[in-house]
Design a protein around this ligand. Structure first.
Ligand code: ADP
Ligand code: ASP
Ligand code: MG
Length: 410
């Protein structure tokens, strides 16, 4: 029998009625002949509430205890989900991450999945149960509870789909699918029928909160077909899959804005081998995820080095850099936390010219200053002042006609 993984996000299980509705969907899939594994998130804003509770007792809570606390949100949902299914006459059993051996490293609050035990799940599926697994959480080798980072239930679901060799992983959420940009920030955005792993990976890494970026890495690596769709209706959503030739024809598929970034610059670092290695080794040691790195030679013996990271890591990153300052002979350190990064993404960029020009012109016409620019093969990102961020996203989306379906763009 084929396995189907269905993931329900926070808004899709926010109250009793929504849990019953989601349970009904899982039951329907079981009736269609699938072995169904549900992955559920914490209800509504439960994770935010738990974070607020933690900060109330300690403004700087230990990360291990944070994970211990946050994992309870998902644990509530899965038991309620199983109860709802039992109430419909369907055998159901819930598991925490630890109970199914969702093994992770020990990076609390941003742990990475290392392996998943599937025996317990298969045993229950073969006995006719629907299995409900708590998303977002795992356990390290020492038995400590870990969490995968905000939005991490997507990753639990796709990783499970890979481990169980599921036919598909359905991501039920509060939007109809993946849009050309976040519809809350660019209301004219349109839904895409399909998108490649590479594109959604870039979009997710650049702030499109619709999918947790690690989930796409799993999807691509293990060929999991992902269907992002609404939990409120039956309409077809967006299929995330390998690239097909017609995707090449689309100049830009989507645009994002990221506001939770900070930038640290090291001015006049000695221009000699090993300095960048030293800086980034120390940042890695402190478990800081670095995004864009820019280094430029300013003279034969000096260079400027800057990088972006999550605003939440800024305090730790600053401490690391301050400790390094004399080692790399850096004249000054500058820090900015009033920035936004606007990005455009599309596999079509590989074969089309003029994308950068169009982007820079749209920003220039709107009188938005560009602080720095970074690119990959399929994306261009500009850092702008935070105050200009929303305007920048709108003019960029308009310039690339992200308010129109692909076949109606010029
Ligand atoms: P869930 O709780 O179901 O995981 P999320 O809030 O994590 O839901 O993700 C869904 C939200 O992602 C949407 O409500 C939307 O505002 C946001 N989003 C950001 N970028 C996009 C995009 N490109 N397409 C669709 N939704 C997006
Ligand atoms: N409940 C977690 C969060 O709010 C994980 C998730 O929803 O995917 O971030
Ligand atoms: Mg989410």
């Amino acid at each position: 029998m084929a396995v189907l993984v269905q993931k329900f996000g926070g808004t899709s299980v926010a109250d009793a009625q929504k849990i019953r509705r989601a349970a009904g969907r899982a039951l329907n899939a079981a009736k269609q002949g699938f072995q169904v594994v549900v992955v559920a998130s914490a209800r509504g804003h439960q994770t935010d509430h738990l974070i607020a509770d933690a900060l109330e007792v300690n403004p700087n809570p230990p990360k291990r205890e944070m994970d211990m606390l946050l994992s309870t949100g998902e644990q509530q949902t899965v038991s309620l989900f199983a109860m709802a299914l039992e109430g419909m006459g369907q055998k159901a059993i819930s598991f925490t991450g630890a109970q199914i051996q969702m093994m992770t490293d020990n990076s609390y609050t941003k742990a990475r999945i290392q392996s998943i035990g599937v025996d317990r799940i298969f045993n229950k599926l073969n006995e006719g149960y629907i299995v409900i697994v708590a998303g977002f959480q795992g356990v390290d080798e020492q038995g400590n509870i870990t969490t995968l980072g905000r939005g991490g239930s997507d990753t639990s679901a796709v990783a499970l789909a890979a481990a169980l060799k599921a036919q598909m992983c359905e991501i039920f959420t509060d939007v109809d699918g993946v849009y050309t940009s976040d519809p809350r920030k660019y209301p004219k955005a349109v839904k895409m029928d399909q998108i490649s792993y590479d594109e959604i990976l870039e979009l997710a890494s650049l702030g499109a909160g619709v999918m947790h970026s690690r989930s796409i890495e799993f999807g691509k690596k293990y060929n999991v077909i992902i269907h992002v769709r609404s939990s409120m209706n039956d309409s077809k959503g967006t299929i995330i899959t390998h690239e097909v030739p017609q995707m090449e024809g689309i100049l830009v598929s989507g645009a994002t804005i990221q506001k939770d970034l900070a930038k640290i610059g090291l001015v006049d670092v000695d221009n000699k081998p090993g300095n960048a290695a030293k800086v980034f080794a120390q940042l890695a040691e402190a478990k800081i995820v670095v995004n864009d790195i820019i280094q430029t030679e300013v003279s034969a013996d000096k260079a400027n080095l800057s990088f972006t990271c999550a605003k939440s890591d800024l305090g730790d990153a600053k401490k690391v850099i301050e400790k390094m300052q004399s080692q790399v002979n850096c004249k000054a350190i500058f820090v900015r936390d009033d920035i936004a990064e606007v990005s455009v993404v599309g596999v079509g960029m590989r074969s089309h010219y003029g994308v950068a020009t169009k982007l820079f012109k749209a920003l220039a016409d709107a009188k938005v200053n560009i602080d720095s620019i970074t690119t990959s093969e399929i994306r261009i990102s500009c850092i702008v002042d935070l105050k200009d961020g929303d305007k920048a996203l709108t003019v960029v989306c308009d310039a690339f006609e992200l308010d129109k379906p692909v076949d109606q763009r010029k």
